[in-house]
Structure formats: structure tokens, C-alpha cells
Design a protein. Structure first.
Length: 209
């Protein structure tokens, strides 16, 4: 069956109206395009382990479903959903900190591979479908690890802003909404994040070429 052209597909406003009227399929169509971006943001920001990010996203979907009538379209649906997921991830972290013994079973496997952080939400970049040559794969793995460690070294709030802007390519207004801060604070965190990343990555410039 052929896929309908993009301009014939329901708009976000149309899907939202149907979802508010009780159409679960329309609600799913609103949420599904957000899945990769939100999970990537949660994992790269350190808000959730990569293995837990999907669970947080599913919980965010449930909460969004219950609160759908309250969504008035002040931001895009994806921005609203990302903000809900962030708050849920923060709640989980606070709960884990309050009950450290209960969180031991959820500790990540140290031998499990860490997924490469995405540098774009575009499916064609930077993860091409063709497998790279072995030496190229090693170089890409090394670069990804260097970037991942640099991101982990950033303060949590700065790291979130950097991930949302550079990895998820969200504009200032969306970042401000997700993080619930003024745009000026977003710009300040990005400025500080850039300076810190430059310092952290300077010894590895040869590896990143």
C-alpha cells in the first residue's frame, strides 16, 4: 500500500483534536514521532539510563494522555511531551536517591554497550545505513566515546541545554519550555557549555578529525 503524500496527512492540530475526542490512534500518531528524540535526550542528558528511557517515555505518554485536555497548544506537542518526560525522569531520580537500596536492581549493566549519541534527529545523519569499514567504525566509536565523556563532565543543567540544542537541534524557545527557564538562561547555559566543551575536547582534537 502506498504511503500518502506528506501534505495529505493529518496536521498536528487535526490529530490533537481527534485525540482529545477520544481517538487513541490519533494520540499514538502524535506521540510516536517524538519517541526517538525524547529517549535520546533523556539518555544523553543523564536523566535516565538508556535502558530506562523507553519506560520513562511510555509513562510520559500515559500522563500526557490523562492531561491532554489541559494542553492548549502554547508549544508544539513534542515539546510538551518532552517536558513531561523530563519531569518524570527527575521524579524517578529523586525517588532513587531517597531509596538507594531499592534502586540497586535497576543499576545498568557495566558490560552493556553504550549507544552512540545522535548528532541529529535526521534519520540519514550521522548513522548511515551502510556499515563502515572496520577502521572507520573504530574511529567513529572513539569519537562518540570522547563526546559522551565530555557531555558527562558538564554540570547537569548545562548538559541538558547542550543536548537539546546540539544533539536534538531544538530552538531556544522549545528548550526554554522543556527546561522551564527563561530564554536568556538557555543562552547563558549554552554559552557556558560551549566554553567548557572546548576545554574538555581540546586535548582530543586530533581524534575528532
Amino acid at each position: 500500500m502506498s504511503v500518502p503524500p506528506a501534505d495529505s496527512r493529518p496536521s498536528e492540530a487535526e490529530l490533537l483534536a481527534k485525540a482529545k475526542a477520544g481517538d487513541f490512534e490519533a494520540f499514538a500518531d502524535l506521540c510516536e514521532p517524538c519517541r526517538k528524540s525524547v529517549c535520546s535526550y533523556l539518555a544523553a542528558s543523564g536523566l535516565a539510563d538508556p535502558a530506562d528511557a523507553e519506560d520513562v517515555f511510555m509513562d510520559a505518554m500515559l500522563r500526557a494522555r490523562r492531561a491532554l485536555d489541559a494542553f492548549q497548544g502554547g508549544s508544539s506537542f513534542s515539546t510538551w511531551l518532552a517536558a513531561i518526560a523530563r519531569n518524570l525522569a527527575l521524579d524517578r531520580r529523586r525517588a532513587a536517591a531517597a531509596h538507594p537500596l531499592a534502586s540497586l536492581d535497576a543499576a545498568p549493566d557495566p558490560d552493556s554497550p553504550t549507544p552512540e549519541p545522535r548528532l541529529s534527529t535526521d534519520e540519514s545523519f550521522p548513522n548511515p545505513s551502510a556499515a563502515p569499514a572496520p577502521h572507520e567504525a573504530l574511529d567513529a566509536e572513539t569519537r562518540a566515546e570522547i563526546v559522551r565523556r565530555a557531555l558527562e563532565a558538564l554540570p547537569g543543567k548545562t548538559r541538558e541545554a547542550v543536548v537539546l540544542f546540539y544533539l536534538e537541534q531544538r530552538p531556544y524557545t522549545e528548550i526554554a519550555t522543556i527546561l522551564d527557564i527563561p530564554i536568556g538562561t538557555v543562552m547563558s547555559r549554552l554559552h557556558n557549555g560551549r566554553k567548557r566543551l572546548e576545554q574538555l575536547l581540546r586535548p582530543h582534537l586530533q581524534d575528532l578529525r
